[in-house]
Design a binder for this molecule. Structure first.
Ligand SMILES: [Zn+2]
Length: 301
């Protein structure tokens, strides 16, 4: 009798205990659903990040003037496109604000660019750059001496690069890849390109947050950009993952668009023309609109 009562009590308690997690789970699901139904996710702020700039008067530390063309500079092209993109976003995308990380000639350190993006609670980060190839080493036959060929060695500009390249943050390079990428980097871009320091806990947290939350969307936005630039007839070099720190430190999906090669004569003319800049902005706007529609309709109940 005593035993039976105890058994019943234990069974009763077990039942209560067993039903608890399910009911609280069900509760949290339904309240979550309500929150989503009340306020579907909306893209409200897009960060526009024109790369490079001139060193501010009296400033110390590393500043990055960007790559030179034959008559123009990367920093001027990125600012011109950035200003146009800001206007176009605010005019053509209802209810979306565009925040520039740089609106004057002066460079802004990459850490500060990420801070601006985060302080403004950006939903997307679009960094604008121009590509450039370093000199190539050539060997030229100049004659013969004692029946042996005589060569001249020289570094000559390589103007063969052309088209659009999209970078998203990636951090799983080997030492060899790291070295190869460093060698191909345009001077001045090294500082914002690197693998995160495994001994820096803050950096490691940012990196895993990025992988968990933003990598997939960043790659998806890059794919939309590629298809829009392709529609405009631009040559496309594709999407590459690279340790661009400003992309990782901005806690939002982020891409870096190499809008063209400033040291290629055709690309330089295109990048400096109104037509070229307007086309680049229009391609980006079309990709942003598709992205916005997709994520906002996916978040609808
Ligand atoms: Zn650059």
């Amino acid at each position: 009798m005593k035993n039976k009562a105890l058994k019943r009590l234990i069974c009763g308690l077990l039942l209560v205990w067993a039903s608890l997690p399910f009911s609280s789970f069900a509760l949290s699901i339904s309240s979550q659903k309500d929150t989503v139904a009340d306020s579907g996710y909306k893209i409200k702020t897009i960060i526009v990040d024109p790369g490079h700039g001139v060193r501010p008067e009296g400033a110390v530390g590393h500043f990055s003037p960007g790559a030179p063309g034959s008559y123009s500079f990367e920093r001027n092209v990125t600012l011109a496109i950035g200003l146009k993109l800001q206007l176009a976003i605010e005019k053509q995308m209802d209810g979306v604000k565009a925040v520039l990380t740089r609106s004057t000639e002066e460079d802004v350190a990459w850490q500060k660019r990420a801070d601006i993006a985060n302080a403004n609670k950006g939903d997307l980060f679009i960094s604008l750059h121009c590509n450039s190839l370093g000199d190539k080493h050539i060997r030229e036959l100049v004659g013969h001496k004692h029946h042996k060929p005589v060569y001249r060695y020289a570094d000559v500009p390589d103007r063969s690069g052309r088209g659009v390249l999209i970078l998203v943050y990636g951090s799983w390079r080997t030492k060899e890849e790291e070295k190869a990428i460093k060698e191909n980097l345009v001077e001045g871009d090294e500082e914002m390109n690197s693998n995160p320091d495994p001994n820096d806990p803050a950096e490691m947290i940012l990196m895993s947050e990025y992988k968990r939350k933003y990598r997939k969307q960043s790659i998806h936005l890059a794919q939309l950009l590629v298809s829009e630039f392709t529609a405009d007839g631009r040559r496309i070099e594709g999407i590459r993952e690279q340790g661009v720190l400003v992309l990782c430190h901005s806690a939002m999906p982020a891409v870096l668009i190499e809008t063209g090669y400033i040291n290629n004569p055709d690309d330089e003319a295109y990048l400096n023309s109104e037509k070229g800049q307007d086309e680049i902005v229009a391609s980006i706007i079309r990709a942003l609109k598709s992205y916005k529609n997709e994520v906002e309709s996916a978040s609808q109940p």
